[in-house]
Design a protein around this ligand. Structure first.
Ligand SMILES: C[S@@+](CC[C@H](N)C(=O)[O-])C[C@H]1O[C@@H](n2cnc3c(N)ncnc32)[C@H](O)[C@@H]1O
Length: 395
């Protein structure tokens, strides 16, 4: 894919990105091309330069992208309703509940969720945040301190590894699409692995035969009962199985809600999607060149929710449902809450609130491109979020 005209590169960001490229390029020149998964891992998580580790703005107007919780608090209110149902089921089993949020971004979802749970008189015992970014952890701590009372703030704990014997709800919103993926291309009927080599300046693609890649892509094709066409390119995520295994081992009783851009396998690997789902975000411009602004642009790949369902259920979790975010929110009463809220607003604020709602639930906005999948373990209820529409049969 040819990169679009990208917004201006600040001198500071250019120098930072150039330093990262220089260092990684020297390694590649010395030791040979690296798999794309390693390139993505280094670009996002390198301990010195990685996108999620460095201090440049990521979320919001002066960052690179906007997420659902940043647009409005509808999403948090729906998640709060879902948490209430799980908390009360666990309480009936004599258990108290916590929330564990992966990748909390600016802390906006945590703040809105905790405020909604306070209003429902259903605060969790503890609210854990596990985020790879120490820079974002600081931002979260500040914004949560400003938004919450001291009593609620004290319930929040930042973790660097998973807790044990966990009861409650686990949330990951727009986190799995940042997991490093392998990229492949079909050549002579076989999937070759995408490698990153040093070009005259930055990096260039190279493809090589690789047994494990051919095997993984072969198993996706046989699952779909279809062959990929010559030249077809896409991605798969090898990190899913260990992540779900660790999560399942952690949970005694509770639910996991994962929300992200993606699709079930048949849609994800449709013949039309022959260039894959890799996307980069720089100052709200979306493009397809992961070598354009290394370490200062976000790199994401959509989530294959069938792969998620396989990894999670093989790890011992029970699939509860799979649905577009719009349906998840409708099942959890977003319209009823909106009606109640706007009654007390001035007309101008009503218009703003309605337009924010449309951005998160209308299909052409993020509503039907953004999916929610839910799992449970040791929980005796069916999650409300999947009560109006469950597309699990497509997985
Ligand atoms: C796209 S942002 C989403 C932020 C937030 N969930 C929201 O919806 O606004 C991704 C977040 O996940 C964190 N993150 C990225 N990879 C992660 C990983 N492997 N484990 C935990 N957090 C991660 C990032 O630091 C960032 O806070």
């Amino acid at each position: 894919m040819i990169p679009l005209d990208l917004p201006a590169f600040s001198a500071e960001q250019k120098e930072f990105s150039d330093q990262f490229v220089e260092r990684l390029r020297a390694e590649v020149l010395a030791h040979g091309p690296i798999p794309f998964s390693e390139y993505m891992q280094r670009s996002l998580y390198d301990t010195e330069f990685g996108y999620y580790v460095n201090g440049f703005s990521k979320l919001g107007a002066d960052g690179d992208f906007v997420t659902a919780p940043e647009i409005s608090n509808h999403f948090a209110a729906c998640l709060a309703a879902q948490c209430c149902q799980v908390f009360s089921a666990l309480s009936a089993q004599g258990l108290s509940s916590s929330v564990l949020e992966f990748g909390a971004g600016s802390g906006k979802l945590a703040a809105d969720l905790l405020l909604a749970l306070e209003k429902a008189d259903a605060l969790p015992e503890r609210y854990f945040i596990l985020d790879v970014s120490s820079d974002l952890q600081q931002l979260q701590a500040q914004s949560l301190k400003d938004a919450l009372s001291a009593d609620i703030f004290e319930r929040i704990h930042w973790l660097s590894s998973l807790p044990e014997n966990y009861n409650g709800v686990v949330i990951a919103n727009e986190v799995l699409d940042a997991f490093a993926v392998e990229r492949f291309k079909i050549a002579n009927g076989v999937a070759e692995r995408a490698m990153v080599a040093a070009g005259p300046e930055g990096f260039v693609w190279q493809f090589e035969s690789h047994q494990a890649t051919a095997k993984s892509v072969g198993s996706i094709a046989s699952d779909l009962d279809a062959d990929f066409s010559e030249g077809y390119q896409s991605e798969y995520c090898p990190m899913l199985a260990p992540w779900w295994q660790a999560l399942s081992e952690m949970i005694n009783h509770g639910a996991v809600i994962v929300c992200d851009y993606g699709a079930e396998r048949r849609r994800y690997y449709s013949p039309k999607a022959s260039d894959g789902t890799l996307r980069c975000f720089y100052r709200h411009t979306v493009h397809g060149d992961p070598f354009a602004r290394p370490a200062v642009q976000d790199i994401t790949a959509d989530v294959d929710f069938t792969a998620v369902a396989i990894a999670a259920t093989e790890a011992g979790l029970e699939l509860q449902g799979f649905t577009p975010m719009s349906q998840f929110m409708l099942s959890l009463g977003v319209l009823e809450r909106h009606e109640n809220t706007i009654q007390s607003l001035e007309e101008r604020d009503q218009i703003v609130a309605t337009s924010d709602l449309k951005r998160v639930i209308l299909p052409q906005e993020m509503g039907d491109r953004f999916m929610v999948i839910g799992f449970s373990k040791g929980l005796e209820v069916a999650l409300d979020g999947f009560s109006k529409a469950d597309w699990s049969r497509l997985l």
